[in-house]
Write a new protein. Structure first.
Length: 241
């Protein structure tokens, strides 16, 4: 009799644990579904509405107390700047669907000592995610990049990128960068100025487009050449008028 009661009690406990696990699983699945839906809606919304902030931008605002930023449409960004950014960061921007597999293979062959992040990936990171090297962020970035590529045009991706990229401590977007560094609007940037801005993108806090080191001057010159090359060979067609 005592044994039957013990077995019954164990069965009740096991059933209770199983019920709680099923409940947790249901809530986890609902949470994942809700998170996916929120991300999807944000991606679709920002295809037409300009993103107001990014997590990194908010963090910088809290850290230093203010930031410089002024959104401008693609029509108000000199084509030199658009081409220079693509030449510097993602020369095959118009040819891939969010991931440049050739660059990824080169990065793997060089033990990841070089980056392979496309402009599409950087846009996802700057708008929707946080900076850092965590696997969680990388996984989210990898999942969201094809969504952005599917929902946004290439021109829209580049427009958003140029408006959220950091060009100096607390300086976000090409309009603020052009005015801060060269005292001109983004629409008036020359090819040389555009190349100099593009040259500081990998490390904007520690680089100044008006005081480039000899190595960065050579990089800026290469970006100038690259910007003209992608115009000639058609690799800028996806974001040009």
């Amino acid at each position: 009799m005592a044994g039957q009661k013990a077995r019954k009690r164990k069965g009740t406990i096991a059933a209770g644990i199983a019920g709680r696990l099923r409940m947790l699983r249901r809530w986890a699945l609902r949470g994942l579904a809700g998170g996916f839906l929120a991300i999807l809606l944000a991606v679709l919304l920002f295809a037409f509405v300009n993103p107001p902030w990014g997590f990194y931008m908010i963090g910088e605002y809290r850290r230093i107390g203010s930031i410089e930023r002024q959104w401008v449409p693609m029509e108000s960004i000199n084509p030199h700047m658009a081409r220079a950014a693509v030449a510097a960061e993602d020369a095959n921007f118009c040819l891939h669907w969010g991931f440049d597999m050739n660059e990824i293979r080169r990065a793997l062959e060089q033990d990841a000592r070089r980056g392979a992040s496309t402009i599409s990936q950087q846009t996802v990171k700057n708008v929707f995610l946080w900076h850092g090297r965590s696997w969680i962020r990388k996984a989210l970035e990898a999942g969201m990049t094809p969504m952005v590529e599917a929902a946004w045009s290439k021109r829209r991706i580049l427009e958003v990128y140029l408006n959220v990229a950091e060009f100096g401590e607390g300086i976000f977007g090409v309009e603020a960068a052009a005015r801060h560094h060269f005292d001109v609007p983004a629409s008036a940037l020359s090819l040389r100025q555009s190349a100099r801005l593009a040259a500081i993108l990998p490390d904007p806090r520690n680089r100044n487009p008006n005081r480039l080191s000899p190595a960065l001057q050579r990089r800026a010159a290469m970006i100038e050449d690259g910007a003209q090359t992608i115009r000639r060979d058609g690799r800028s067609a996806c974001f040009e008028d």
